[in-house]
Design a protein around this ligand. Structure first.
Ligand SMILES: [Zn+2]
Length: 131
């Protein structure tokens, strides 16, 4: 890992509580943590609860009923929907070109997310979408 300030290679410096490797710059003594994979971006929610929230939304539940069922705050659910929608859009444009069943389900997820997170706004068009 390289120091963000000095652009010098850092030395290993133990690990944090989550078990991620820490590094310390030899020049300025700042410490950094090697970031692990973040499938949900900045949302700190266990993956199983996030998946439950998404499943409830896709099945037609409202954001507030999903909040009541799961106990996850509605703003977190909306942020989760935004992340899922953006990831779905990226996956759709990068990998899925021929399989219409998968494409339809991804499009349904994207539209659900877009309608849920941006009420009274037009659903933005997907980039490179074949529809
Ligand atoms: Zn440094």
């Amino acid at each position: 890992m390289t120091c963000h300030n000095c652009q010098v290679e850092c030395k290993k410096f133990g690990s944090n509580r989550a078990g991620h490797q820490r590094f310390r710059c030899r020049q300025c003594s700042r410490t950094f943590t090697e970031s692990g994979p973040h499938p949900l971006g900045d949302i700190r929610l266990p993956l199983d609860r996030a998946l439950l929230c998404l499943q409830l939304i896709v099945e037609g539940n409202s954001v507030r009923s999903t909040e009541r069922i799961t106990g996850v705050h509605r703003d977190t659910i909306l942020g989760l929907l935004e992340v899922a929608g953006l990831r779905a859009e990226r996956l759709l444009s990068e990998r899925i070109r021929r399989d219409t069943t998968q494409r339809r389900s991804m499009l349904r997820l994207y539209k659900t997310v877009a309608f849920s997170s941006a009420k009274n706004q037009a659903v933005p068009k997907l980039r490179n979408g074949p529809w």
